[in-house]
Write a protein that binds this ligand. Structure first.
Ligand SMILES: NC(=O)c1ccc[n+]([C@@H]2O[C@H](COP(=O)([O-])OP(=O)(O)OC[C@H]3O[C@@H](n4cnc5c(N)ncnc54)[C@H](OP(=O)(O)O)[C@@H]3O)[C@@H](O)[C@H]2O)c1
Length: 177
């Protein structure tokens, strides 16, 4: 089965969302997200982004489906999505879809949120890596990234960046042996 990565931005209390949206606007982090999830080595392939239905709902209509990536939405409901968007009733169902039907066209797989999906993905044995943006501030949040440092360890941290009075850095975590 395809290994996959999580990509997430958290505040100092692991907050990730508020009222169905992001609590902050950081264009440097948006660019990081786009670059990481879009870039491929093979021009014949694309990356997959897997997201919960509420995260899909939160995307601005002009960028959904997320361009240049295969979009898979997790929902337990019978909903209609735009042509070309895949849906699955479980995370394993999405991974099976990639393995069984999309494999030859897929380079990397990213779980992009939100809180419910991260919770399941973190504990999945095929989740090998977390790309984490650490924002060094506290926001009022209603959605959180689950505890993860008992399962993952950090190997790389970027320099610190500053944008509108916010300081943040990018870290990569790998699953502990
Ligand atoms: N900071 C970040 O990096 C980041 C990233 C992404 C999102 N967010 C934020 O996170 C918030 C959204 O997160 P959330 O936890 O409320 O919702 P979510 O995880 O995006 O979506 C939850 C929905 O996904 C579906 N779902 C959940 N588990 C499933 C499973 N195992 N199988 C099939 N479907 C499943 C259900 O959809 P149905 O109800 O349709 O069945 C559920 O209502 C927003 O505020 C968003 O802005 C932050």
């Amino acid at each position: 089965m395809f290994p996959f990565s999580i990509i997430v931005a958290v505040d100092l209390e692991n907050g990730i969302g508020k009222n169905g949206g992001l609590p902050w606007h950081l264009s440097g982090d948006m660019k990081h997200f786009k670059d990481l999830t879009t870039s491929v080595e093979s021009r014949d392939k694309k990356n997959v982004v897997i997201m919960g239905r509420k995260t899909w709902d939160s995307l601005p209509s002009k960028i959904k489906p997320l361009p240049e990536r295969m979009n898979i939405i997790l929902t337990r409901k019978a909903l209609l999505f735009p042509e070309g968007v895949f849906q699955s009733a479980s995370l394993n169902g999405a991974l099976d879809l990639i393995n069984d039907h999309l494999k030859g066209r897929v380079e990397k797989v990213f779980v992009i949120g939100g809180g419910e999906i991260f919770n399941e993905a973190l504990n999945h044995p095929h989740c090998h890596k977390i790309y984490l943006t650490q924002i060094l501030s506290k926001f009022t949040c209603d959605t959180f990234f689950p505890p993860f440092t008992h399962l993952f360890q950090t190997l790389n941290e970027s320099p610190h960046y500053h944008e509108h009075s916010l300081e943040y850095y990018f870290a990569e975590y790998f699953r502990k042996e």
